[in-house]
Design a protein around this ligand. Structure first.
Ligand code: FO1
Length: 404
């Protein structure tokens, strides 16, 4: 079976681990020799950030590290057994973005990646090269080789400091304590552009509209408070997504092209699964790259989504703030409506929601299952349920089970 997955970072990586478990593969490391099954993940790169002249790709790295057993299980991002000497030294110099901590081991990945990028290799080739070391077992494809950065427009927190206490102040996770628990189940996607991705967000960044370094975009509203465009990571980590987002936009997505291999992987798949990643800033960003949503709508294979929202809340992270920014209710129903049914011009044939949740969208088959990715076996069962929902044979697989 050829399985293609659209994925964000921490949650997407966990889900992919469950796909490997479902297929009966070893959890960490390469696919079995001569495996008949293949898994290809199209990964969000809108969270990417250039810091200290290093190109950091959080979602790709979460997948690389998680699928090879090298990630920190508590944080879900970065390396296990990490140290933070370089980040502490940078902070002591007052270097940029002290709220974004890079582990010492992790920095080696960014050094290698940046050197290859600067030498002219596209991100897809760089990712393939990094995969040589990590052997994730899953083919990891960046959604695009082009630069896409999610920016979030907010009322400038420095120009108009909040008085109510409803907005978190800047957090500085600090080296060695890099914000554990602050990250969502790994996902974030940009997204003024809802899945479907046809409407590039209009007003994200003041100035030249180019992706830029954090906080380099200033925007103003005519009469209201000064607006500022923050890099997604600054909004997510420094402000913990607590500054209400006026818009969230994957800058550069509208002119990006899918990375080599992305459209063939989708067209050639037996099933396409939308992981329970952030529907706005992870999945929405992937779908904002022209050609990807169109391919999903056109493929013969079934497309099934898994709800990232359980009982009206994201399990971890700030998908609620992202959904609010695009005016979508934080519920399985809201996400189902956002993705829509293929038979009516949307993206999905089926949607898997958590037991107890409902989603009613004309033309969409809906099933339910426990959706907490507590361990790879539980996630494998989710995968099996999702594939059964679209009529794929799962007998003999680890996630095989009975329909409810
Ligand atoms: N998340 C944090 O909460 N604090 C950090 O300092 C931080 C640093 C970081 C460095 C490299 C990396 O690959 C990820 C990192 N993350 C950090 C996670 C990341 O911000 C997000 O969870 C994702 O972008 C959302 O998928």
């Amino acid at each position: 079976m050829r399985i293609a997955v659209l994925a964000g970072g921490v949650g997407g990586a966990k889900f992919l681990l469950g796909v490997k478990a479902f297929l009966g593969w070893q959890l960490f490391g390469p696919a079995p020799e001569g495996a008949a099954d293949t898994v290809t993940a199209v990964v969000n790169t809108g969270d990417d950030i250039r810091l200290h002249n290093l190109q950091v790709c959080p979602d790709l790295d979460s997948c690389l590290y998680t699928l090879s057993g090298a990630s920190d299980p508590e944080r879900g991002w970065g390396r296990a057994g990490e140290s933070w000497t370089v980040s502490a030294e940078l902070a002591a110099y007052g270097a940029e973005a002290p709220w974004f901590s890079l582990g010492d081991k992790d920095i080696a990945t960014h050094l290698v990646r940046t050197r290859m990028l600067d030498a002219g290799y596209p991100l897809s080739d760089v990712t393939a090269a990094l995969s040589q070391r990590w052997q994730p077992g899953v083919t990891l494809l960046p959604m695009t080789d082009d630069r896409v950065e999610t920016h979030v427009v907010v009322a400038d927190p420095e120009a108009a400091p909040p008085t109510s206490g409803s907005v978190a102040g800047p957090g500085n996770p600090g080296p060695g304590n890099p914000g554990a628990g602050d990250t969502g189940p790994g996902d974030t996607g940009p997204g003024d552009t809802g899945p479907g991705g046809d409407e590039p967000a209009a007003d994200a960044v003041g100035g030249d509209g180019e992706p830029g370094r954090p906080s380099d975009g200033d925007a103003t509203s005519e009469d209201g408070p000064a607006l500022v465009a923050l890099h997604f990571q600054e909004w997510w980590i420094r402000y913990r997504a607590a500054l209400p987002a006026i818009s969230i936009t994957p800058i550069g997505a509208d002119t990006a092209t899918p990375a080599p291999g992305v459209l063939p992987a989708l067209s050639g798949a037996d099933v396409i699964v939308i992981a329970p990643s952030n529907p706005v800033v992870s999945i929405g960003t992937i779908l904002a790259v022209p050609g990807i949503a169109e391919t999903l709508r056109a493929v013969a294979a079934p497309v099934v989504g898994v709800s990232p929202i359980i009982g009206g809340s994201p399990v971890r992270g700030h998908a609620d703030a992202c959904l609010a920014a695009i005016g979508v209710e934080c519920s399985a129903q809201g996400v189902a409506g956002l993705y829509g049914a293929r038979s009516t011009g949307g993206l999905l044939d089926a949607f898997l929601v958590a037991d107890g949740d409902t989603a009613a969208v004309p033309g969409l088959a809906v099933g339910s299952a426990p959706l907490l990715m507590t361990d790879p076996a539980a996630t494998a069962a989710m995968v099996g349920r999702a594939l059964r929902l679209v009529g794929l044979p799962v007998a003999g697989r680890s996630g095989a089970g009975h329909d409810r």
